[in-house]
Design a protein around this ligand. Structure first.
Ligand code: ADP
Length: 301
């Protein structure tokens, strides 16, 4: 097969591992920077160009679109889809999972557990918004935040009100969420390929921080997840329409609660923590999907 990996960062561990896995399984692989691609959108033969050349002959792409370029990156993925190339995470599903409000709405529609969550842009009654999610302590999140930045724990109603007012004063969209105290500053990252959780790790925030993000100094260990956690992670990925994803779950007294579904999960931390190779199952999965598509496609004489 000829496989394209869409990423701006060819030197990242995750990308190097995917390249190595494609090559070790006998595939041709090209890392394509989606931002540099330009496209010809027409009804006869849609095409994608890069550095003066048309990109052609691809069987599959693995989109690893950075959050900062979701809009254009998804357009490039869509163009590959229009050209009949299999995308291991299609453009609609990536866009869905990147929109935190839409993602949580989709999860709730499927009955998947999540912390009680309120959204607000310009609430006229902050007190009611706070009461709606069960009062303080509560977690306030900037919609545009990633890696734990812009995630604040407000211990009291007074603190919550001032943080909400401050964020809204900056014209930021926010999400207000029930605080899951039992998770104790930890969460579970499940790495899903197709309909299987292939690896899972528990991340623990540094002493005194309720956020478990590794970028903020957290630590990680391999964890055995329960059948319900497994089922929840796979259902969350399906609800987005994704096929490769990292699902972040909080362990609560009422069962697993999904925080986020990440369409381009990092491979380095979870491979190092669990000792499980993840790039190879991804490529194997793509081989199966491309073969199944070929088997189903009508033969043109
Ligand atoms: P980001 O996408 O920026 O990483 P998250 O929503 O995943 O933001 O939050 C960062 C971390 O904060 C989580 O990994 C988790 O450890 C903690 N956290 C987030 N929301 C809650 C919550 N409602 N209750 C308890 N802990 C939370």
């Amino acid at each position: 097969m000829k496989i394209g990996i869409l990423s701006q960062f060819p030197d990242l561990y995750s990308i190097r591992r995917l390249v190595a896995a494609c090559e070790s399984r006998g595939h041709e692989v090209v890392v394509i920077n989606p931002i540099n691609c330009y496209m010809n959108i027409n009804s006869v033969k849609p095409s994608i160009h890069l550095e003066g050349e048309e990109l052609s002959g691809f069987d599959a792409i693995i989109p690893r679109i950075h959050a900062s370029v979701t809009f254009y990156g998804c357009a490039v993925v869509r163009q590959f889809e229009m050209m009949g190339v299999y995308a291991a995470n299609d453009s609609i599903s990536i866009a869905r999972s990147r929109d935190k409000l839409r993602a949580l709405q989709l999860l709730s529609r499927k009955g998947i557990g999540m912390p009680v969550t309120g959204f607000a842009s310009k609430p006229d009654d902050i007190g009611d918004l706070i009461a709606m999610v069960g009062g303080a302590p509560l977690v306030i999140k900037l919609l545009e935040g990633t890696q734990g930045i812009g995630v604040v724990l407000a211990e009291t109603k007074k603190a919550a009100t001032s943080v909400i007012e401050a964020f809204l004063g900056l014209k930021a969209n926010i999400l207000v969420q029930e605080y899951i105290r039992e998770s104790n500053g930890s969460d579970i990252r499940c790495f899903v390929v197709g309909d299987k959780v292939v690896a899972a790790m528990k991340r623990q925030g540094p002493e005194g921080d309720f956020r478990s993000n590794l970028h903020l100094g957290g630590s990680a260990e391999k964890v055995r997840i329960t059948p319900l956690e497994r089922k929840t992670a796979v259902a969350a990925v399906k609800a987005m329409g994704l096929v490769l994803a990292g699902v972040d779950i909080l362990r609560s007294s009422r069962g697993p609660l999904v925080l986020e579904v990440n369409s381009a999960p990092g491979i380095e931390g979870i491979e190092a923590t669990t000792g499980i190779q993840l790039a190879e199952p991804i490529v194997e999965y793509i081989e199966k999907m491309v073969a199944a598509r070929k088997a189903n496609s009508p033969i043109i004489a």
